[in-house]
Design a protein around this ligand. Structure first.
Ligand SMILES: *[C@@H]1O[C@H](CO)[C@@H](O)[C@H](O)[C@H]1NC(C)=O
Ligand SMILES: *[C@@H]1O[C@H](CO)[C@@H](O)[C@H](O)[C@H]1NC(C)=O
Length: 534
């Protein structure tokens, strides 16, 4: 086994009764994720649940995906593979180059799943691959692994002619030049970011150039941010077939932008650990001996997905320049297994959800809550005015200081640090179900209006000192529950005026919800009323 090549990026699996390995080999990981490493889903029988949960996007130019496996049980292991696609018209039933029922061999074998789009129209198609492996026939010990891939199909792509059947290998695209740099230079994390960003960037349909985030010296035109125009279609896929490729093919440009905020690791000093998840950590520290910072990083046990998600999500608000937004200040990716994200933050800045939940008896006055809400509404208004959706507005994604100044930040590591706030429904994507609007839950339709919904829940969190919303409702029930008209109840100390604002945020129809401009105005107005006589 060439496990040596895994760069120690994966969980250290304790060795149990060895049964089989199932992974993406280096070639495959490079194609799909831009990483030079193997990605293990099952190593010696142990399942990496986190990796399984991740929906891997399959770019339009990748036509087949491959898995590698090997039975370690001393005998071939029986398997059964089933593949389903969410849109058989766009992506007809994918073909395998092994039989659907068979035996996993004892030598390393790679098999491929051919995912050719029909070209009928552009769409994003979810492909669910389930693999059952029988470990022991006697006691019916079967493991079932479910993988999801999101295949991007373009319209009018010349329908593949299956009859002249080019071997699957010939359809593997040449790696872009960025990846060659990687192989040569081994600047792994850099490329990872570039690839993720280029996927994301291209994906957003860059035909429309959005205004840049405002004013500032370090702000470049860089945006990997969701734009309004694409927000209504959850599709990653631009509907016009003439997708300009230029952005994708300019890794240098992406590198340049990333490098704008790359800092030297030796200049970062960690002082105390503030939060720890299963792999993510938040530290207080200093940068350049003088600047107080919060540092988000992952521990040595983190895998590639976790590393890439940290970088990807940490870049979400990059360039957003507003007093109410804490956006990433610097990145260190010298050690690609544990990148650092730095955020400029005073010594007394802390996570708002944890702050609200601190065991000391805390109360916030209505005036304070309204003021905090106003600051956040203004921050979100700023994002929206630049075509950026946040998509995960919640107390956990805000910071606060001793003066109760609040700032909105990105959601990197939140899934790990606040696992109780995220749930997987059938699709294995971990989402903040209880903060999501109806249309975001049912159609994955994100918009300014879905941000407004989450903002309503955030105000509720402020009044309840960050109680869990809908604590008795199962995540799977949420959509029906909301559809039947149920909502969060008015917190005891919450004035009617404010609850009315919250209730508007939870209107079923998106156009009935307030914009953040309106929210800002209403909150400010209410604040003025409250403070008129103070
Ligand atoms: C299936 O296709 C993959 C990728 O094209 C190739 O590497 C592999 O050897 C093939 N496997 C079999 C069993 O033919
Ligand atoms: C199935 O096999 C795995 C790996 O050998 C083992 O860890 C697990 O306990 C078995 N489960 C049952 C129900 O026997």
């Amino acid at each position: 086994m060439d496990n040596l090549k895994t760069f120690g990026l994966f969980f250290i699996f304790s060795v149990v009764s060895a049964s089989y390995n199932l992974y993406l080999n280096e070639h495959e990981t490079m194609r799909l994720l831009g990483l030079s490493a193997e990605l293990y889903y099952v190593r010696e029988g142990l399942i990496n649940k986190y990796a399984l949960q991740f929906t891997v996007p399959v770019p339009a130019n990748v036509r087949d995906i491959a898995f590698t496996w090997q039975s370690l049980a001393g005998k071939p292991l029986p398997y059964r593979i089933n593949i389903a696609t969410s849109d058989p018209v766009v992506l007809p039933r994918p073909q395998l180059n092994i039989t659907r029922i068979g035996e996993m061999p004892q030598e390393i074998e790679t098999f491929a799943i051919d995912m050719r789009c029909s070209g009928v129209r552009a769409a994003e198609v979810d492909v669910t691959i389930s693999i059952e492996v029988t470990l022991n026939r006697a006691n019916n010990n079967v493991t079932e692994l479910v993988f999801t891939r999101r295949k991007i199909c373009l319209q009018s792509e010349v329908p593949e002619n299956t009859s002249d059947n080019p071997t699957l290998l010939t359809s593997i695209p040449k790696p872009p030049s960025a990846i060659i740099t990687l192989i040569v230079g081994g600047i792994l994390a850099m490329i990872l970011v570039a690839v993720l960003i280029s996927i994301a960037y291209c994906a957003r349909g860059p035909t429309k150039r959005k205004p840049h985030l405002s004013q500032p010296v370090r702000t470049s035109s860089f945006q990997r941010l969701q734009t309004h125009s694409s927000s209504l279609a959850p599709s990653i896929c631009p509907t016009n077939a003439t997708l300009p490729r230029s952005k994708c093919s300019e890794p240098e440009e992406l590198h340049r932008r990333i490098s704008e905020i790359t800092v030297q690791r030796c200049r970062v000093r960690l002082s105390s650990l503030l939060q720890e998840g299963t792999f993510g950590r938040v530290y207080r520290g200093t940068y350049n001996e003088s600047q107080d910072v919060l540092v988000k990083t992952v521990g040595q046990h983190a895998n590639q997905m976790q590393v890439s998600l940290l970088l990807q999500e940490g870049m979400n608000l990059y360039g957003a320049c507003h007093v109410g937004i804490l956006s990433v200040l610097g990145v260190s990716i010298e050690d690609h297994t544990a990148p650092f994200l730095l955020y400029a933050a005073d010594n007394n800045t802390k996570n708002m959800k944890l702050f609200l939940q601190e065991p000391i008896a805390r109360t916030l006055t209505t005036i304070q809550v309204v003021k905090m809400s106003t600051q956040l509404a203004s921050a979100i208004c700023h994002l929206h005015s630049h075509g950026v959706l946040h998509k995960d507005i919640a107390a956990r994604n805000c910071v606060i200081d001793d003066e109760l100044t609040v700032k909105l930040t990105d959601n990197s590591l939140s899934r790990d640090l606040f696992p109780q706030d995220y749930h997987c429904l059938g699709d294995r994507e971990n989402r903040p179900i209880k903060w999501m609007s109806l249309e975001a839950l049912s159609l994955r339709n994100f918009s300014e209006a879905s941000d407004a919904w989450a903002f309503g829940v955030l105000i509720w969190e402020l009044f309840t000192l960050a109680k869990q919303p809908y604590v008795d409702i199962d995540a799977f029930e949420m959509e029906n529950y909301l559809r039947e008209g149920y909502r969060l109840t008015q917190p005891l100390n919450c004035p009617d005026e404010l609850f009315t604002i919250m209730a508007y945020c939870w209107a079923v129809a998106m156009h009935d919800r307030p914009t953040f401009q309106q929210l800002q105005f209403c909150l400010q107005d209410f604040y003025n009323q409250l403070t008129r006589y103070v």
